[in-house]
Design a protein around this ligand. Structure first.
Ligand SMILES: NC(=O)c1ccc[n+]([C@@H]2O[C@H](COP(=O)([O-])OP(=O)(O)OC[C@H]3O[C@@H](n4cnc5c(N)ncnc54)[C@H](OP(=O)(O)O)[C@@H]3O)[C@@H](O)[C@H]2O)c1
Length: 264
């Protein structure tokens, strides 16, 4: 058994789905534990991985361990597995606010720690993960973790002080984007478009625009200017968005998000 997950909820399932689909690990090489029998049942039937209700069994059987419980359960889980976990095992964390220093102190021994912040588009292979590691992790081990993260999107190594920014710019960002898509669809529905069609237009507009930013390398402002013809329809929408504080709302919301992450 090579890869273990403690906690098999939304994020672990998204990660495992990508890892198996990309063929990096076979389902039989993965073991997961969870407090909830229903989650284990789902992991057995949908992901076909090995399951256990005992977190220590994951530690005993896996070379790499992903701590995929909510941040508030980190302390009790680390306490529970601490005797079994060995210093040569790689521990990957995905919780906001749980710093390498906090993890180091909570384990109380020189562990190899990789701190990650993924996001839910991992479910469709389009996640992005911010990563940092402590001094006990070799470059080879970091690359090994990177291979796992590449299975459900891409990753960027960032200095640890930027991890709370990663939470706001990608970890939590799908929620704001979904709100934006929903609002655009509401407007289209109010102007007479059927609901399902409105979601399709709005979502595809977001997907295509994001691809343009990533693939053209052009500044987002330049791409915006390209859509705004003089005295046209788009600049009218831009005028109202500015008047209603659109950009400032996004900036303030994201700063609140990063601050919350710092406080966890
Ligand atoms: N979802 C996101 O968008 C997102 C994005 C980036 C990072 N993350 C991070 O990913 C981590 C997991 O999030 P998630 O959304 O996957 O949460 P989740 O769906 O609640 O999954 C966590 C699972 O762990 C189980 N669990 C709780 N305590 C446990 C214990 N002591 N031992 C074993 N299993 C235990 C939970 O069971 P119960 O239901 O019984 O509690 C649940 O099934 C979190 O740290 C979160 O902050 C999430």
């Amino acid at each position: 058994m090579k890869l273990g997950f403690i906690g098999c909820g939304n994020m672990a399932s998204a990660m495992i789905g990508g890892i198996i689909a990309k063929g990096l690990y076979k389902a039989e090489d993965i073991i997961v534990s969870d407090a909830l029998e229903a989650s284990l049942q789902k992991a057995r039937t949908e992901l076909k991985v090995n399951t256990t209700s005992d977190n220590k069994e994951v530690v005993a059987k896996a070379e790499i361990i992903v701590l995929s419980v909510k941040p508030q359960f980190y302390e009790e889980v680390i306490e529970e597995i601490n005797k079994e976990v060995k210093e040569e095992q790689l521990v990957i964390t995905i919780a906001p606010g749980k710093t390498l220093k906090w993890l180091d102190e909570t384990f109380g021994k020189p562990m190899k720690l990789i701190r990650c912040m993924p996001n839910t588009p991992a479910l469709v292979g389009e996640g992005i993960t911010g990563v940092c590691a402590n001094e006990n992790v070799t470059e080879e081990e970091l690359n090994k973790a990177g291979e796992i993260l590449n299975c459900f999107g891409s990753y960027e190594v960032v200095p640890e002080h930027l991890m709370d920014v990663v939470v706001s710019v990608s970890g939590s960002a799908p929620a704001y984007v979904f709100m934006f898509i929903e609002a655009m669809a509401d407007a289209a529905v109010s102007d007479g478009m059927p609901r399902a069609q409105a979601y399709k237009f709005a979502a595809q507009a977001v997907l295509g625009s994001a691809k343009m930013v990533l693939e053209t390398g052009k500044h987002p402002g330049e791409l915006k200017d390209m859509v705004c013809s003089p005295a046209g329809t788009t600049i009218e929408a831009v005028r109202v968005l500015e008047e209603k504080g659109f950009r400032s709302s996004v900036i303030e919301a994201m700063k609140a998000c990063a601050e919350k992450s710092r406080s966890l």
